[in-house]
Design a protein around this ligand. Structure first.
Ligand SMILES: [Zn+2]
Length: 413
């Protein structure tokens, strides 16, 4: 029995679920097990209000599909021929998930269990502007190595998720009109991986994946959070109402290409998007490399920029502080519009926390409306370079084990 239809996840078939509204179907039951360590049949009856026979039938169904495993089975003394009162748990080893967080200049691939926990990961330097074929041809061997080192094979893969530094059509899993990702526009990413893997594939914007990772692991109590990614470029991911806010066309959160300077094109720094004066053209990792190189420093990667700031190079420190203020102004406007509870700052430049955060805090708290900053928290990413892969794995697990999708896969409709 397969839980996942081949290729695109797509919408659920019409009328896939006939479990009456308000009644806990097998998919909902699995969601219960996914949120708890383990439960006995009696626990399930108490939590769902389902009858013993229905609980038994649904647990049997999930167990036959390999999605539940019985733990510590033992026969309760004096219960005669009754079922053993063992407890059941979600079988997180019933397959694996593969994810890859593709950045502008590096990628990180990971193999995860079905709970979305990262088991192993592999980083690799890679230039996203080389185009989809060249970049995805690097992801393939990373996935193969991760599977091999985990004793798994392609048939064990239940889902794949990738993130990229550009706008994404989430439904189609394609990159759309990316400012910097040459050749990626509408490239068939699903088709690429369908040659090797028979499973759903999700594509997400990098800052969204990071935002989801931070939200689910550290800030799940916050209704609205903003993830600011400071890497080669500048981007943001928004979680609103406990969901990723992608916008009508997947362009939400593109704070890096909002204007940081006036309309005079001649005096503004040119941006990679073709415009000039964008936030990113002042403070993106690439812009800092440009300014440090012009000042005679050796900075050809964002890591080198961070190193110069950390070693207190006066030009680098001055640029970092100015960058913090430019970002702070842009962030203050976003805070006014979005009113997030938490702003999380990640990406390589967040490592220069001391220098960048001062200006950022100053501008956010002085320029935002008092009501919007009254309970606002500003934190550095806790997941750091793994925020993207953690977020992708959790998104993928939620997608695959969406209750209605599970019911459809089990034929429980
Ligand atoms: Zn721009």
């Amino acid at each position: 029995m397969s839980l996942t239809s081949p290729g695109a996840p797509g919408p659920l078939p019409e009328g896939a679920t006939t479990t009456p509204p308000g009644v806990v179907g097998p998919g909902e039951l699995l969601a219960l097990f996914r949120s708890r360590a383990h439960l006995t049949r009696a626990d399930v009856m108490t939590l769902t209000g389902l009858s013993r026979s229905t609980v038994n039938q649904r647990i049997d169904l999930l167990q036959e599909a390999g999605l539940l495993v019985e733990r510590e089975p033992h026969v309760v003394p004096g219960r005669g021929r009754g079922r053993p009162a063992g407890s059941f748990a979600f079988n997180v080893e019933r397959g694996v998930l593969l994810v890859c967080d593709i950045g502008a200049t590096a990628m990180r691939a990971a193999i995860c269990d079905l709970s979305g926990t990262v088991l192993r990961d592999l980083p690799l330097l890679s230039d996203v502007t080389e185009g989809p074929e060249a970049v995805l041809a690097r992801v393939d061997p990373l996935f193969s190595r991760l599977l091999e080192s985990s004793g798994r094979e392609a048939a064990d893969v239940r889902g794949i998720a990738l993130s990229v530094p550009g706008p994404v059509d989430h439904e189609q899993a394609t990159v759309v009109s990316p400012p910097i990702m040459t050749g990626w526009d509408r490239f068939d990413v699903r088709g690429w991986f369908a040659r090797t893997y028979d499973c759903p594939l999700l594509l997400e914007k990098d800052a969204n994946a990071m935002a989801w990772g931070e939200y689910r692991t550290h800030y799940s109590d916050a209704d609205t959070i903003l993830m600011l990614k400071l890497g080669t470029g500048v981007g943001a991911g928004i979680i609103a109402g406990g969901r990723i806010h992608r916008g009508a066309d997947g362009a939400a959160g593109d704070i890096g290409h909002t204007q940081a300077s006036g309309d005079d094109r001649d005096s503004n720094p040119a941006c990679r998007c073709g415009n000039s004066g964008c936030v990113e053209a002042h403070v993106g990792g690439w812009a800092l490399m440009r300014d440090l190189t012009a000042a005679g420093r050796d900075a050809t990667t964002v890591d080198e920029v961070v190193e110069l700031i950390r070693t207190a190079d006066p030009v680098a420190v001055s640029l970092a502080r100015a960058a913090g203020r430019v970002l702070g102004v842009a962030l203050a406007e976003t805070v006014n519009i979005l009113n997030p509870r938490v702003v999380v700052v990640g990406g390589q430049l967040a490592e220069a926390e001391e220098q960048v955060f001062a200006g950022l805090r100053e501008m956010v708290y002085s320029r935002s409306l008092p009501l919007a900053t009254r309970r606002l928290e500003l934190h550095r990413s806790r997941l750091d370079e793994r925020a993207g892969s953690v977020g992708l794995a959790l998104l993928l697990a939620d997608h695959i084990f969406d209750p209605a999708r599970v019911d459809a896969g089990l034929g429980a409709g």
